[in-house]
Design a protein around this ligand. Structure first.
Ligand SMILES: Cc1cc2nc3c(=O)[nH]c(=O)nc-3n(C[C@H](O)[C@H](O)[C@H](O)COP(=O)(O)OP(=O)(O)OC[C@H]3O[C@@H](n4cnc5c(N)ncnc54)[C@H](O)[C@@H]3O)c2cc1C
Ligand code: FES
Length: 345
């Protein structure tokens, strides 16, 4: 029996390690060539202190209060030299990946399908050469623009574990990646580096509210795949807002999720006044106070930066502080991809 442990580094890089039953995280990481911070490896110094964001584990009682106080332990802080997982876990490491002698993985992929949605967006599917990337639903990769040194970030819309990866990408007039994808063909190779990001689905312990703007729908498709596969007793409501009629894509896929996932409902809205859509305006115009459950709700928000800011302002105005509020901004100026490290290196 073994568990999958996601190590989320400060620079946004995520690396996954396998931890055998009874094995300590620090030891498992070291055997898999990741040097997590450590000094005594004995529960004395506190150097290996990290935060466990998700999952079950045992810390034993062989460590000193000076290394980890009871208050810290209650807040999810862990000593990786003492931590024995009893489920899959996500651990936030307070250092950049390079400081731990690791970095993101690189994947070679081949384009398997391209579907254009008018002038609004396109979906691409890519087959991975080799093992499927491990990621958490909601995370993204850096994709290299063939023939250039540039990369752009894209959220996986496919489920973790699949060897066919999918992405939903907005067509940006004059955009470098958009221009490449307009002329791309099945069979061409795309290099990806990742996964990255802290916008990923947490264990659903309360109602979920998904707010998607435009191709910000992509990470939710991956999350919904996981929720549908695992089942989810919590109500999940999605508001999906776009600018124009033709920007509203993959609605039939959301409809199919309502059948696979009985607790899932969704509504769409279109902001341009020229539309005949029954719900006009922005996502914030259609946020029903019932969907906020008085704050007892996990809100996931993904879209262009102005939408993210508008939703944050809306919560301030209505005076609701969601129990959990996670967002991903699709900022146009992509940062350079981190240094490459082969998976398993
Ligand atoms: C973490 C993260 C995840 C992302 N995931 C996705 C995703 O799943 N799907 C997706 O479609 N995009 C996503 N993006 C945005 C994506 O990385 C690119 O920025 C976008 O696709 C534009 O790339 P491009 O090369 O076509 O245009 P660029 O060559 O980068 O831009 C050309 C011009 O268009 C402007 N521009 C760029 N993007 C937009 C925009 N969206 N609207 C209006 N003007 C723009 C630029 O400022 C520039 O002037 C994500 C961004 C981040 C940071
Ligand atoms: S390395 Fe010293 S407490 Fe863990």
């Amino acid at each position: 029996m073994s568990y999958s442990i996601a190590l989320n580094f400060e620079d946004g890089v995520t690396r996954f390690i396998t931890c055998r039953k009874g094995e300590k995280v620090l030891d498992a990481a070291f055997l898999q060539s990741i040097n997590l911070p450590m000094d005594c490896s004995d529960g004395v110094c506190g150097t290996c202190k990290c935060r466990c964001e998700q999952g079950k584990y045992d810390l034993g009682d062989d460590y000193l209060e000076d290394a980890l106080s009871a208050d810290e332990a209650a807040r999810g802080m862990v000593l990786t030299c003492q931590m024995v997982p009893s489920s899959d876990c996500v651990i936030a490491v307070p250092l950049p990946s390079t400081a731990c002698k690791t970095g993101p993985a690189r994947y070679d992929t081949t384009i398997a399908r391209i579907e254009h949605h008018q002038d609004a967006a396109l979906e691409i599917e890519c087959d991975v050469v080799g093992a499927a990337p491990v990621f958490m639903p909601g995370q993204y990769v850096h994709i290299g623009i063939p023939g250039s040194e540039q990369t752009r970030s894209y959220s996986f819309s496919s489920r973790p574990g699949a060897t066919r990866l999918s992405f939903l990408i907005k067509r940006v007039p004059g955009g470098a990646m958009s221009a490449y994808l307009d002329r791309a063909h099945v069979g061409e190779r795309l290099e990806m580096v990742g996964p990255s990001g802290s916008f990923y689905l947490r264990e659903p312990t309360r109602p979920l509210l998904f707010l998607a703007g435009g191709t910000g729908l992509a990470p939710f498709l991956s999350m919904l795949e996981v929720l549908a596969a695992n089942g989810c007793a919590q109500p999940i409501h999605m508001l999906y807002g776009v600018t124009r009629d033709q920007d509203l894509v993959l609605v039939e896929r959301l409809q199919a999720f309502t059948e696979r996932l009985p607790t899932f409902t969704f509504a769409t809205c279109i902001s341009t006044s020229e539309s005949d859509h029954p719900r006009k305006g922005h996502v914030t115009d259609h946020l029903d106070s019932r969907d906020l459950h008085g704050g007892n709700v996990d809100v996931y928000l993904c879209g262009p930066p102005p939408m993210v800011e508008a939703v944050r302002r809306h919560f301030d105005i209505v005076g609701v502080k969601p129990a959990r509020f996670l967002y991903e901004k699709f900022t146009p100026n992509a940062s350079p991809a981190p240094a490459l490290v082969e998976e398993g290196a």
